[in-house]
Design a protein around this ligand. Structure first.
Ligand SMILES: [Zn+2]
Ligand SMILES: [Zn+2]
Length: 171
């Protein structure tokens, strides 16, 4: 089995477990870059979330922001898109009360946001990313990036009926 990646998104919320129900605290993040999992590094990861003590554990809610690298499917240029990660999740405590597959607060009072952030970030990666809504893509004939201007084949392109006529004249 693969060695577990040490999470850099673990937060000690032990103090909150001792607090009365409804107690909350805001936690701000400002990572220029952070490796969330073996297959995911986010640069940056910023934003804030609120942790609230509830009867079932700790409720985590907030909005994180990042930038994801993409390759435009039309023009093949590399670019970035903004990703918004909306967090609304209950972390169960004690961990034994958690339904299968739900997030938990560890016995040590820590929560690990890495699996959740990874899941949300992967959902944000579009299947068919484009650099901008009006990307013109590449010319199918010469491969020029049409966002940089029209290519010669476009200027020369003529009506197919006229092309047939020209062939007749050429013969
Ligand atoms: Zn593009
Ligand atoms: Zn062309």
């Amino acid at each position: 089995m693969e060695k577990q990646f040490p999470s850099r998104l673990r937060f000690n919320l032990g103090f909150l477990l001792e607090a009365s129900l409804g107690t909350s605290r805001t936690i701000e993040l400002a990572y220029p870059t952070i490796q969330v999992a073996t297959d995911l590094t986010l640069a940056p990861l910023t934003g804030a979330f609120v942790v609230t003590r509830t009867g079932e554990g700790i409720y985590v809610s907030g909005l994180l922001k990042s930038q994801l690298d993409i390759t435009c499917v039309r023009c093949l240029e590399n670019g970035q898109i903004e990703a918004l990660l909306q967090i609304d999740e209950l972390f169960y405590y004690p961990p034994t009360t958690a339904p299968k597959g739900e997030f938990i607060v560890g016995e040590d009072g820590f929560i690990d946001l890495a699996p959740l952030v990874r899941e949300l970030a992967l959902l944000e990666i579009p299947i068919q990313p484009i650099c901008k809504p009006d990307c013109l893509g590449l010319c199918v004939e010469c491969g020029q990036n049409l966002n940089e201007g029209p290519c010669d084949c476009q200027r020369e392109r003529i009506d197919p009926r006229l092309a047939a006529l020209r062939e007749l004249l050429d013969e």
